[in-house]
Design a protein around this ligand. Structure first.
Ligand SMILES: C[S@@+](CC[C@H](N)C(=O)[O-])C[C@H]1O[C@@H](n2cnc3c(N)ncnc32)[C@H](O)[C@@H]1O
Length: 193
């Protein structure tokens, strides 16, 4: 599990469904926060930076996971890259493709940020009922919003093609940060190996 922080978006039921969890987060306080929220016996914590893909390959080889979850961390990676995002993304895609032959890969991450004065009024349904089952449906819904003529801004988090080489399933949910700013979260789960 990569970037779980305090595990605020992870349910106890989900976490307890695994025999053993290896978590990596570079924040030195994240482990304490996670432990305070989920006192799990099956947890092994590593305070490390996974952005060095070579390191990630080596660590994965050692741990041999059956599942890998990027826990809401990939949307922030473009902001912290010492090298260019496109170079790093290509390395990450190579990693994801390589591990997916032996391991189920999943991620949830920021895909789009929408901001504008009256988002709630523009949505076709209340935000918690909006679920898009494909990238195309998300695109159509976003374009419809942008065509309303309101002063809206849609910003990409550049996570759109991270999992393109894998078979799997995408789902999109809306997460209102404030009444004027909504995030679209992309969920991806690869097909069973
Ligand atoms: C938005 S938080 C994740 C929230 C979390 N999934 C939850 O349920 O509460 C992103 C986390 O990813 C971690 N992170 C970001 N980049 C990282 C990196 N390169 N190596 C390790 N951890 C990283 C951050 O320290 C942070 O704790």
């Amino acid at each position: 599990m990569l970037g779980p922080s305090g595990g605020y978006t992870l349910s106890a039921r989900f976490l307890k469904s695994f025999d053993h969890i290896v978590a990596i987060d570079k924040d030195p306080l994240a482990g304490w926060r996670f432990w305070a929220r989920h006192s799990l016996r099956n947890l092994e914590w590593h305070t490390s930076d996974f952005s060095r893909i070579e390191w990630l390959f080596g660590f994965t080889k050692k741990v041999q996971p059956s599942h890998i979850l990027f826990s809401n961390c990939l949307g922030q990676m473009p902001l912290q890259m010492p090298v260019s995002w496109s170079d790093w993304k290509a390395e990450l895609q190579e990693f994801i493709h390589a591990v997916s032959s032996t391991c189920e890969v999943a991620s949830y991450h920021d895909r789009l940020s929408l901001s504008g004065p009256s988002l709630k009024a523009l949505l076709e349904k209340p935000w918690d009922q909006l679920i898009y089952q494909s990238d195309q449906k998300l695109l159509e819904a976003t374009q419809k919003l942008l065509r309303t003529g309101q002063q809206l801004e849609a910003r990409t988090h550049e996570t759109d093609d991270l999992f393109e080489s894998l078979d799997g399933h995408f789902t999109y949910l809306v997460w209102p940060l404030t009444p004027k700013q909504y995030h679209i979260i992309e969920f991806f789960r690869s097909a069973d190996v």
